[in-house]
Design a protein around this ligand. Structure first.
Ligand code: SF4
Length: 484
């Protein structure tokens, strides 16, 4: 299972600890697998026929991308299909409705009609809410009266930046809410080729303290390309940009990125330059299950990264089949704290893609979060949850309570389009089956939640301009937008 790597043992960054791998782990080159190549993976022939078939059929709709590290190091093939990382990274038949699966299976495996497959796949994708939370229509800011490609500005202090070169990942999570970025449909993607327009926008918006570089996973980019994106943010004119965040799952899916890749040292030196410039660099690290965090290369990479002066905040959604067990979160948060990370968010799986397959009822999510929270020390109680990233903002469920005659969910907004909405308690009727915010009704027979009336006014005079989606050439294909 070992592939000879091009190792670079010299030129160790001043801040980096040893890059020698643990004795039982061999460095290797990155080897991806997609729908077109997964049959070449050594594990493929050992999979039962039904699982191979489901992979072939469902990966037409929801993209498949994995790599040798995930297959060889993270999946326990004795436990397939119930292994959490297999559930996390491979498509499954019941991600589609039974009738949809039968129809697509027939087209893919029997009729092999490419035009009909394409039509059916498009129909299924459009029914999967490819852009939840108003991403394509309501978060795109204006510059010189035009939509800004590859940028979202939903909360007044935080801007999201999507570098075009970072719109893929080392492997795909089958629950990903950004799956539309990966399907090769230019009308469903967004990204910016460089930061020049972003820099101009930030010069005009001194209220922005945080830039979140996201994707996909920006750490698929080479160190030089990433430096070209990030270093323009370090100029004195942008001193109001105090926090640079990078959303990534590379620590789980390809820890070699920080250890043995040819530009691993250059990447760490870039991180060191950002922190030396006085900016707070935060990796928003995505870990779905402790098995990812237990891997010795991941732990070695975490220690190396910490020496650059950055911080790591751990977040993930709660998803059925993968991590819907309080003990899983206890281990995840405890291990994160031991390694020096900050537990940050437990999200509710978003209303997109194979939501029905992964969703956990809100009531159960509350119980599970509370059970896990009660079991960890104060250092891990930095975590917030369960949280829904909704159109209005990040809604946290504080709990289920009985007020007067009514059983209700107690809720508040941690982040909101309108900052005045933040931390105002509000209540929704208890519904044991609800899995997303849209399914909740206001408690006490109220006609709407408090912000919904305000939101109507907000839509008429938005703080952050609401723009229609337009497509143009500025990002090399699309101006349209798409880890926790
Ligand atoms: S959840 Fe994050 S790491 Fe997983 S596929 Fe989506 S963007 Fe990539």
């Amino acid at each position: 299972m070992t592939i000879a790597p091009p190792l670079h043992w010299t030129a160790r960054p001043r801040c980096a600890p040893s890059r020698l791998p643990p004795a039982d782990v061999q460095p290797r080159q990155f080897k991806p697998y997609t729908r077109h190549t997964i049959h070449t993976a050594p594990q493929w022939q050992g999979l039962p026929e039904a699982l191979r078939e489901a992979t072939q059929v469902v990966s037409r709709v929801l993209p498949l991308r994995t790599n040798a590290h995930v297959l060889d190091e993270l999946i326990d093939w004795q436990r397939v299909p119930d292994d959490p990382i297999y559930r996390l990274t491979f498509p499954h038949a019941d991600m589609l409705a039974a009738e949809d699966y039968r129809r697509l299976r027939d087209l893919v495996l029997v009729r092999r009609d490419d035009a009909a497959i394409e039509r059916e796949v498009r129909r299924l994708r459009l029914a999967m809410n490819p852009h939840p939370g108003g991403q394509m229509s309501h978060n795109v800011p204006l510059l010189d009266g035009n939509p800004l490609a590859g940028v979202q500005h939903k909360y007044h202090d935080t801007v999201l930046f999507f570098p075009t070169a970072g719109q893929t990942c080392h492997a795909y999570c089958s629950y990903c809410f950004r799956w539309a970025q990966f399907i090769g449909d230019r009308t469903q993607r967004f990204g910016a080729a460089d930061t020049s327009a972003l820099v101009r926008y930030l010069q005009l918006h001194r209220e922005v303290s945080d830039v979140l570089v996201t994707g996909g996973d920006p750490l698929v980019m080479g160190a030089q390309a990433l430096a070209t994106c990030l270093e323009p943010l370090l100029v004195p004119e942008l001193s109001h940009v105090q926090n640079i965040r990078i959303g990534t799952k590379a620590l789980a899916y390809w820890p070699q990125r920080f250890l043995f890749d040819a530009d691993a040292d250059a990447l760490l030196r870039l991180f060191g330059r950002i922190t030396a410039a006085g900016r707070h660099l935060a990796l928003m690290v995505h870990f779905s299950h402790p098995v990812e965090l237990r891997h010795p290369l991941t732990q070695q990479a975490v220690r190396r990264l910490a020496n650059t002066g950055l911080t790591m905040r751990l977040q993930a959604p709660l998803v059925r089949h993968v991590n819907d067990d309080a003990a899983v979160w206890v281990e995840l948060w405890n291990e994160a704290v031991r390694l020096g990370m900050v537990p940050y968010y437990l999200f509710i799986e978003r209303d997109t893609g194979a939501h029905d397959y992964f969703c956990v009822p809100l009531a159960r999510a509350c119980d599970l979060f509370s059970a896990a929270y009660r079991s960890v020390s104060g250092l891990a109680r930095t975590v917030r949850g369960p949280v829904m990233s909704t159109f209005e903002g990040k809604v946290v469920i504080d709990g289920v309570v009985t007020l007067g005659p009514e059983r209700v969910f107690a809720l508040q907004l941690l982040r909101a389009r309108n900052p005045d909405w933040v931390r105002r308690p509000f209540y929704a009727r208890f519904d044991p089956h609800a899995t997303w915010f849209d399914e909740l009704l206001p408690a006490f027979d109220a006609p709407h939640f408090f912000f919904q009336r305000v939101d109507d006014a907000h839509r008429r005079a938005p703080m952050i301009p609401i723009t229609p989606v337009r497509h143009g050439p500025s990002d090399g294909g699309s101006t349209a937008p798409a880890c926790p």
